[in-house]
Design a protein around this ligand. Sequence first.
Ligand SMILES: [Zn+2]
Length: 463
Amino acid sequence: MWMMSSYGASRSLLKVLCALFTLILIGLPIAGAEIPGYPDYRQIEDELAYLNDTYPEICALHRIGTTYEGRAIWALKISDNAWKDEGEPKVLIMGGHHAKELISTVVPLMFAEFLLDNYSSNGTVKNAIDSTDIWIVPLVNPDGYEYVMEGHTDWRKNRRPVDIDGDGIVDGTGVDINRNYAHRWGQQGISLDPNSEIYCGPHAFSENESRAIRDLALNRSFVFSISFHSYGQQIFHPWGNSLDSAPLDFDLMDSIGERMARYNGYDVMEGWKWYNTTGDSDDWLYANTSCLPFTVELGKEYIPPPHDISRIFEKNRDALLYLLSIASDPYVGVYGERTNLRISDFSVKDGIAGITVENQGNYSVSARLTLSSENWTYTFPRFVLAPASALNLSVEVSGAGKFLANIEPVHHTEEWNLSDNSAVFTIEEIPHEKAADPLMYVFGSVILLFFLLSYGYKSLKKH
Ligand SMILES: [Zn+2]
């Protein structure tokens, strides 16, 4: 009996010691902080500077913005040769959009520490750092976070005073940064009242914090992003709003979410099925970049007790390591085989070029098709090719000469072999009286030509 309780006690003690050790390692305050177990802004800044100094070969600290109150928004890039862009696949990990969600800042900070500390000893970590660029922005909203650390523990927004009618009188304080991105801004799950905690701001990207993330994403091409929030134990993927029709990459994103959930045990869904929002980071990233974005709602409360932090971190750490492991080609990572897209036909009649593209593979792929000649290039809007299907796209062309058609999956980062997926066609004569017009006219309709290949259509939307 004594042995058992002693064993239990020492196991608990060990856990507490491990937790304390982890906290000490990453420079978190054990005593004297406003909120025990959670670092304040200065300690976060010191920790990032410490990591940058300690591991100069594999990390690079970037200031990506400045808040209204003058604090830096920091991004730590972790990669081999971190100060060079080696063209490796890029993954963005964010926390702290919402001030009171303190765990959402601590988890990415601990992940940075974990990666850097284990580079030389852990093969999985070394491979992740050598083959990807990992951008970690642990605290998107430093002003709000500091306000929480000062004791206002239910604060969510940033701290910018807002004067909506320009009369010199402040109408409210703070904008919900995760309602301030531009995709369908101001339409759903928001408030236009600056005193509301879901106030979306006077206009899209009115805030320094959302602009910092926008500019980072537009200057890098992220394959994936994770935006940590708390709480709920869920993994959301686009759309966050219920206004757009189903995302082209539903199958791929849902499959990746389910695989991350094998590690953290969270529920996976399209975000709007939990609640509707517009203006969040995920919808903007998905609509405007080639990123596959995910929001992870950590734990069961905004500020979990200190003894829960390690456990929450560890299972999400493994989900992140999984995500990094498939960043070089999400399709190969999820489906185990490369995409199989082909241009199967090209014809010109009355000045209209018709291009037939095929997906001979077993899963849906979103793709882009570019048609170009010496003097112009036209890229069709993104489209999705179901498994074993074909699609006919058409566009009015002008002039004669050599035309190159190239199809590629939107979400790949591996070397794309042009010769496998391109076709060159020569148009001998000016095919149409409008040919002198250098502008092209896109024919509005896209004609779906689903046809059966030997193995038929398989829906992959079963989970
Ligand atoms: Zn949140």
